[in-house]
Write a protein that binds this ligand. Structure first.
Ligand code: SAH
Ligand code: SF4
Length: 347
């Protein structure tokens, strides 16, 4: 089977090309598409509306890589669950399901590991292994949807905020978004999909031109170049001026509000200086900041900011009219910060 095309890696048009190359009618592709993205089949054998001969051809020439669950952790409150999934080549990525009162959100990985080396991030601490294919990204959402369906529920949101940097795996990430959004397939609305980036300026400019309605989140974490470069080496390549010029281009092209992520680290980026620098950067921008207390990781000595410091920090933003929310880091007890389950399983 190794080397055969993974059905999840194909767009509907590519699936049509494949089945017609076997002298099968084009509509068979749409049927397969339905089995994959609406009926959530896990095996070609389940596609009983296809003639047996076609199922045999599919089984011979293609493969359906449904990731295997290697480990699972559930938070004590039962609201956050994290699965370690095994890809066909044995590589492992994490997918997180977050349950809220009225919706369920999936946090998908886009790479195995990450080359960006952010100091506080468990995935960054492990380094880059490889890109995920578009099919491997989609399969994570299908995995969660399948389980939710058994409970009469479904996914309402998708965030590309798991392991890896989506804009450094641009083609596969974009293809996965388009496939998950497909009107005859998974039908996840673009406005319910969020791409989170460490701040790859050219990737942001490129995304701006795609004509998509997806949400953009930028992991900022520091508002001076000196501190940001210390925490996030990518800032040396795309310093704040170049990052914000890309963000302004994105806002002009899309007119969609940009979210900024800011992980609060006690005594590091929760200072008055940083609060004012952040406010200065965001004044006049269509933006919203999410503050998240740091999730401690083994490779980083920083600690999450105390409630008092968060209060003092956000009071400055309040005074300067910068829209923001302080989020509870979910799943703290299961190390739901990205990369942490894989590290533990590997230990
Ligand atoms: N590479 C992308 C998306 C994956 S990381 C990015 O950096 O945006 C998803 C989010 O988790 C980012 O905002 C990242 O800064 C944050 N994060 C990483 N390590 C964390 C930790 N230890 N505690 C809290 N948030 C963390
Ligand atoms: Fe990579 Fe994002 Fe982690 Fe930075 S925070 S190392 S970009 S996954």
């Amino acid at each position: 089977m190794r080397g055969n095309v993974n059905l999840y890696d194909l767009d509907l048009s590519e699936l049509e090309t494949l089945v017609t190359s076997w002298d099968q009618p084009r509509y068979r592709a749409a049927q397969i598409w339905t089995w994959l993205y609406r009926r959530l089949a896990t095996d070609i054998e389940q596609m009983t509306s296809l003639p047996k001969a076609l199922r045999e051809l599919l089984a011979e020439k293609t493969v359906l890589h449904v990731p295997r669950v290697l480990a699972r952790q559930e938070s004590l409150d039962g609201e956050t669950r994290k699965d370690l999934l095994e890809m066909a080549d044995g590589e492992q990525v994490e997918v997180v399901l977050m349950r809220y009162i009225d919706r369920r959100s999936a946090c998908l990985s886009t790479q195995v590991g990450c080359a960006m080396g952010c100091a506080f991030c468990a995935t960054g601490q492990m380094g880059f292994i490889r890109n995920l294919t578009s099919g491997e990204i989609c399969a994570q959402a299908l995995h969660l949807e399948r389980e939710l369906r058994n409970q009469g529920q479904h996914l309402n949101n998708i965030v590309l905020m798991g392991m890896g940097e989506p804009l450094l795996n641009y083609e596969h990430t974009l293809a996965a978004i388009q496939r998950l959004n497909h009107p005859e397939g998974f039908q996840m609305g673009q406005r319910r999909i969020t791409v989170s980036t460490v701040g790859i300026a050219p990737g942001i400019r490129r995304l701006a031109e795609e004509g998509l309605q997806v949400n953009l989140a930028v992991s900022l974490h520091a508002a001076t170049d000196a501190l940001r470069s210390e925490l996030m080496p990518v800032n040396r390549k795309y310093p704040l001026d170049s990052l914000f010029s890309a963000i302004r281009a994105y806002l002009t092209a899309t007119n969609r509000r940009v979210t900024f992520e800011w992980v609060l680290i006690e005594g590091v980026n929760d200072t008055e200086t940083q609060a004012h620098a952040l406010a200065a950067r965001l004044e006049g921008l269509l933006a919203h900041v999410n503050f998240i207390p740091l999730n401690p990781t083994e490779g980083f000595t920083g600690r999450p900011s105390s409630a008092e410091r968060i209060q003092a920090f956000t009071a400055i933003l309040e005074r300067r009219h910068i829209a923001h929310t302080v989020r509870l880091r979910r799943g703290l007890d299961i190390g739901a910060g990205c990369g942490q389950l894989r590290r533990r399983a590997a230990a």
